[in-house]
Design a protein around this ligand. Structure first.
Ligand code: PHE
Length: 456
């Protein structure tokens, strides 16, 4: 077979790459925070239902568009409906994904800095014999000082951009697939070790109970809205990523099985984080600790590592995992725009990569400084970082997902979904009628509720 750098080479490789996209900061720092804020196990239950009932069908819609259309996220709509405006859906996904890269790159830079500080030990230099309160204050102050700085955070953001450029330039099979094949198993092993250690700490049982035994009275409409939003973000839906990646899937890959595998692995990583965070905070009596994203990762977990002993070792392993999760996600989201520039403007891989990535030195740079030097640049009292995050994740992603469901359910060529799920009649897809029904009626209606609740 001719070596085609524009397709994933193996089934394992395409799963690793797709899971690499799905597993990101969404699993590692958003999921525990959402679980804590929404009542623990009750949230988990609703979350699992959202992944299975809504996430997988919408993922299949994106896969069908991508592999059927063999183009970028906007090009697939043009291909199937040339004289319509449906390409705007893909265009919106591309814009949203580019907005997300701008600020996500900043956060992945922070993880790089924390990995570095774990390696040098700098993060823990003043922690000997301090009380919990003092520790927490110290880590919080450190984080604040770091992210509000200029040269340090900028340098880390830039290093992350350069690493992304390197992988993207190597292409789909030699870059994205190779890197994911190495990094994703590593991430799983690291998180498994952490979960095993956390669950065997004295007093871990209370944390596990909070995470696993549901209090059904806590299931409210708000919990549902948050769970659905989290599920879609975590599965990388509505960003054009899955359309783009599935265009690189070989034609004989079973999309249904792939969607189930990817979703379950993504769920597994979120659950592993639950088994890491909740037992450790109950065991060390940190139950009042804030689990909101940055605080969890840059304040609470370092505190946990101090209690755990072998502090630096655990800290290095954790920030390495975080970096891996962030890197495979930024690669996937950058690929959306790279593929778009390649297809739409007939550019080579190198030119397209540079056209997409070089502006980030300015744009992600601005996001990096939006905590410090540029904190006065605000719109509706949101910093540039928060503005991009809010507009893209809360508004644009749901809109793209609703339109994608409606398109596949009602407007796309009628055989597209079925042909893609059955590989043109060569494999069985028993759930096809259910998937189609969900995409036509249920998913658009429920995502609309999430969108409306973000607006009002
Ligand atoms: N699923 C990713 C996550 O959980 C979402 C994402 C992908 C965000 C790519 C940014 C870039 O973090």
């Amino acid at each position: 077979m001719a070596h085609n750098n524009n397709k994933f080479g193996t089934r394992l490789g395409l799963i690793a790459a797709t899971v690499g996209s799905a597993v990101g900061l969404g699993n590692i720092w958003r999921f525990p925070a959402e679980t804590q804020a929404n009542g623990g196990a009750a949230f988990l239950l609703v979350y699992v239902a959202c992944v299975l009932v809504l996430g997988i069908p919408v993922m299949l819609a994106e896969f069908s568009l991508g592999r059927g259309g063999q183009s970028d996220a906007a090009g697939v709509f043009r291909r199937f409906s040339p004289r319509s405006k449906w390409w705007i859906t893909g265009g919106l996904a591309i814009v949203a994904s580019y907005m997300i890269i701008c600020f996500y790159m900043v956060v992945s830079g922070w993880t790089l800095e924390y990995l570095w500080q774990s390696l040098t030990g700098g993060l823990y230099e003043s922690t000997q014999a301090a009380s919990d309160a003092a520790l927490e204050k110290d880590f919080a102050a450190r984080m604040q000082e770091y992210i509000c700085g200029t040269e340090g955070p900028l340098l880390c953001t830039y290093i992350m951009i350069v690493i992304n450029i390197g992988v993207l330039l190597l292409g789909v099979r030699k870059g994205i697939e190779k890197v994911s094949n190495i990094l994703m198993p590593l991430l799983f092993v690291l998180l498994l070790i952490f979960a095993a250690v956390a669950c065997t700490l004295p007093g871990a049982g209370d944390g596990v109970r909070f995470f696993l035994s549901p209090d059904f009275s806590k299931i409210t409409p708000g919990v549902f809205v948050n769970a659905l939003g989290q599920a879609f973000f975590s599965l990388s839906l509505g960003m054009g990523i899955l359309i783009t990646y599935s265009a690189y899937y070989p034609h004989n890959v079973n999309l249904g099985k792939t969607a189930v595998t990817v979703s379950l692995l993504d769920l597994a990583v979120a659950m592993l984080m639950g088994f890491i965070i909740f037992p450790s905070i109950t065991s060390f009596g940190l139950t009042d600790a804030q689990l909101e994203g940055t605080t969890l990762v840059f304040v609470t977990l370092p505190e946990v590592f101090v209690h755990l002993g072998a502090t630096q070792f655990w800290s290095i392993l954790f920030f390495l995992s975080l970096l891996v999760a962030a890197l495979t996600s930024t690669i996937s989201i950058s690929e959306v725009s790279v593929r778009f520039i390649q297809d739409r403007f007939h550019k080579g891989r190198t030119a397209a990569t540079l056209i997409v990535m070089l502006p980030l030195f300015v744009l992600s740079g601005i996001c990096t400084l939006s905590f410090g030097a540029l904190k006065d640049w605000t719109v509706c009292s949101l910093s540039i970082f928060d503005l991009l995050d809010t507009v893209a994740t809360n508004y644009m992603l749901p809109v793209v997902s609703i339109l994608t469901c409606l398109y596949i359910g009602w407007f796309a060529p009628p055989t597209l979904l079925k042909d893609q799920l059955t590989n043109h009649g060569t494999v069985r897809a028993r759930l096809y009628p259910t998937v189609r029904f969900i995409l036509r009626y249920i998913a658009p209606a429920l995502i609309l509720i999430v969108l409306l609740s973000a607006i009002f």
